[in-house]
Write a protein that binds this ligand. Structure first.
Ligand code: CP3
Length: 345
């Protein structure tokens, strides 16, 4: 039996949508924390195929999600390109900010091979995963990864990196090209190792002028999709231009992705009316409602189901599960979606 999520990605409509959650393998799960505690640091954890495979499978074992998402991170690619990346507890990712000179020195050749333990994780997971479950491989969108490489950390405004894009268009194009080449190669290798679906996380697609959005998001994404297809990989590709607003319409039409994931603020019914006919939409429960639980959560789930019902839909959050989310709340949503008794607390 092919996984339900694959049928839906191929355009089939289902009265019970397939479900998985972004960051489903993470700190809200005690069994995740147990494995996490055995790793030296987050990056070592990502590069340990046995441990990473184990936590990838945990949300399937606990919640029976329809898809597993590879346990890795969008910031492994900069490591492949020769940059230093650290994850600091309580702070998040910290990188040495790259400049014009640094961009010219990126080690594009072999970047995806230098992080090859990720493909071992993929094949370990695929061996253990049931045939009716899909494995999602992923990378970061080039723009989103570039924001971390240039600013050195997550930042709310992105003013530094946007200014860099305006003032150094050639260096920015070179950086995006390095990311396109290495990320496409990375996704191709994940597909060859057994991933059933690929997803491009463009988490910082918000706040860009239409012109910058074309240059920094649409064009690089088109290039990644083209490289994957030229390599003979035909599996579905989900694009997630989080917070893109109306720029998401052109993203859906022009990047040649298979399906589009919507952030929390997107009205799914109106959105569907603007994207290519029959395109599968993923999303977009508010992660805050998942934290709150109870009636708030029940109502939020019903609203998503109502707004998504007119076409193929994969149930997910608008952004990731946070560490404080209660297991009971995730279980209640899964049961509700499947028409089982949902115990909202
Ligand atoms: O369940 C999953 O989704 C599996 C794997 C996954 C992780 N990161 C694991 C992770 C995926 C798909 C990502 C993607 C990712 N990483 C994105 C795009 C999606 C999004 O959330 O917008 C981004 C922007 C990153 C970069 C990143 N990684 C940040 C900003 C942080 C720190 C913030 C935080 O939550 O602590 C990480 C760390 C990280 N990546 C964790 C996990 C489970 C937490 C670290 C830990 O366990 O110590």
């Amino acid at each position: 039996m092919s996984p339900k999520i694959i049928n839906v990605l191929n355009g089939q409509q289902s009265s019970i949508p397939p479900i998985w959650f972004m960051r489903q393998a993470g700190r809200h799960l005690p069994e995740y924390l147990d494995v996490r505690a055995t790793a030296k640091n987050f990056i070592d954890f990502c590069f340990s195929p046995d441990k990473a495979a184990r936590v990838t499978l945990q949300p399937i074992e606990r919640y029976d999600m329809d898809a597993a998402i590879l346990f890795a991170d969008i910031l492994l690619i900069p490591i492949g390109l020769g940059r230093k990346v650290d994850f600091i507890k309580g702070v998040g990712p910290v990188l040495e900010p790259i400049d014009v000179d640094g961009i010219q020195k990126l080690k594009i050749d072999g970047a995806a091979d230098r992080i090859s333990s990720v493909y071992e994780t993929v094949s370990n997971v695929r061996k253990e995963l049931a045939k009716d479950k899909a494995l999602i491989g992923f990378c970061g969108g080039p723009w989103t990864v570039a924001t971390y490489m240039i600013e050195g950390k997550g930042s709310p405004s992105k003013d530094i990196v946007k200014r860099f894009a305006y003032e150094n268009p050639e260096a920015m194009a070179d950086l995006l090209e390095a990311l396109v080449i290495s990320s496409a190669d990375y996704l191709i290798k994940q597909a060859k190792a057994g991933a059933d679906v690929l997803k491009i996380f463009e988490s910082w697609a918000e706040g860009l002028s239409p012109d910058l959005f074309d240059r920094l998001v649409i064009h690089p994404t088109q290039e990644i999709v083209k490289r994957i297809r030229d390599a003979g990989i035909t599996i579905p590709i989900i694009g997630f231009p989080r917070g893109a607003g109306l720029n998401a319409i052109r993203y859906a039409h022009e990047t040649h992705i298979t399906a589009i994931a919507a952030g929390t603020q997107m009205p799914l019914d109106d959105f569907r009316a603007t994207i290519p006919d029959g395109m599968t939409v993923q999303g977009n429960l508010d992660p805050l409602a998942l934290r709150i639980g109870g009636k708030t959560l029940r109502r939020a789930v019903d609203n998503v189901l109502r707004d998504a019902q007119s076409g193929p839909h994969i149930f997910n959050l608008g952004h990731g599960v946070t560490p404080d989310v209660k297991i009971e709340n995730v279980q209640a949503v899964v049961n509700h979606i499947r028409g089982l008794e949902a115990n909202y607390v």
